[in-house]
Design a protein around this ligand. Sequence first.
Ligand SMILES: Cc1cc2nc3c(=O)[nH]c(=O)nc-3n(C[C@H](O)[C@H](O)[C@H](O)COP(=O)(O)OP(=O)(O)OC[C@H]3O[C@@H](n4cnc5c(N)ncnc54)[C@H](O)[C@@H]3O)c2cc1C
Length: 334
Amino acid sequence: MAADAFVPPHLLWPERAMTDMTGAQLSTYRMGGLVDELYAPNNLDDVRTFCQRLRTTQRPLTTIGWGGNIIIAKQGIRGATLWTRKLDWVEQGSPTTFTLGAGCHLAKVSKLAADNGLTGGEFFIGIPGTIGGAVRMNAGALGQQTSDVVREVTLFDRDTQQIHTWPVEKLAYRYRHSAINPARHVVLQVVVQFKRASNSGQVKQAMADSVHFRKTHHPIEPNGGSVFRNPTPTEERPEPWPVGKMLDSLGAKTWVEGNVRISPRHANFIINTGGGTSTEVLTLMTRMKTAVWDAFGLTVVPENILIGDVTAEEAKLWRNLTTPPKTMGIESVG
Ligand SMILES: Cc1cc2nc3c(=O)[nH]c(=O)nc-3n(C[C@H](O)[C@H](O)[C@H](O)COP(=O)(O)OP(=O)(O)OC[C@H]3O[C@@H](n4cnc5c(N)ncnc54)[C@H](O)[C@@H]3O)c2cc1C
């Protein structure tokens, strides 16, 4: 408390604050305004110090990993932002388990498993993100998801002001959903477990195939991955029905909004063609959502997450994007 008396009211941790970074440097969309105070802790001690300082303030907290799934507002981010990119330690606990710092890149995790003759991490190879972000999003691909390999998660809880270790059951995993609330929880480290591979050549081949597929099917321009979640098959509609295919059938690959557009390669990806803004992304998402509703009677749910200091117009667009229409329809999973 005494040390905090020296902290100027506008900065949480003056000697460690980066005050000149923008969303464009922190997200794969390469967009977003000024981030007021950004902290990139090097280790758990730094995180503890950061969290202790947070205790004494009512500042909003934003946590950012690789920025692979976020739309950062054009007005930037107020309050304290924690950037986990340097929390990238790896400790092997047993032949099949590893403790990973939250900032470990997913490609590194995938290679770590393969190099140890293990299977289960192949799907991580092409996902631009950190293990902390993947734990929160339950990121997945190739029929696998993060919840398949997570055993426990250590996090800071802003409400209890304690560091807790949660077993995987407590994460309440569903498709692209977990119980992690980024305004409250900071994932610090994660224990993952893989299985011994009977054929490690096959594991490496699956990884190479995944990288090749992404290079040839995903856009090369700045983007935030799939904009909307894919609906889960139901009894009524048992076939997979990817949002990209629906939008493609509606001619969406030509849709443009200012400096963003739908990727000509994949209709569920929005690309930033240079100088794109959060308002433009949200406006285009609204057009996509409305078109899917009108043509298929299906309410799609955003996978991308809007963060930062949003304008009144953006708040309204986001509310409409995340609220199902009153009319009955098949809902994409939430
Ligand atoms: C080209 C491309 C392809 C993609 N392909 C896939 C795919 O196949 N499958 C898939 O699931 N996703 C995919 N994504 C989306 C994205 O890569 C994943 O969602 C990834 O898990 C996000 O991790 P991140 O570190 O980038 O999280 P960020 O985008 O930085 O953050 C995402 C959310 O997690 C929170 N968060 C991040 N780190 C922490 C932490 N340590 N503690 C608490 N909260 C945290 C943030 O506050 C935010 O709410 C793709 C993205 C791109 C750009």
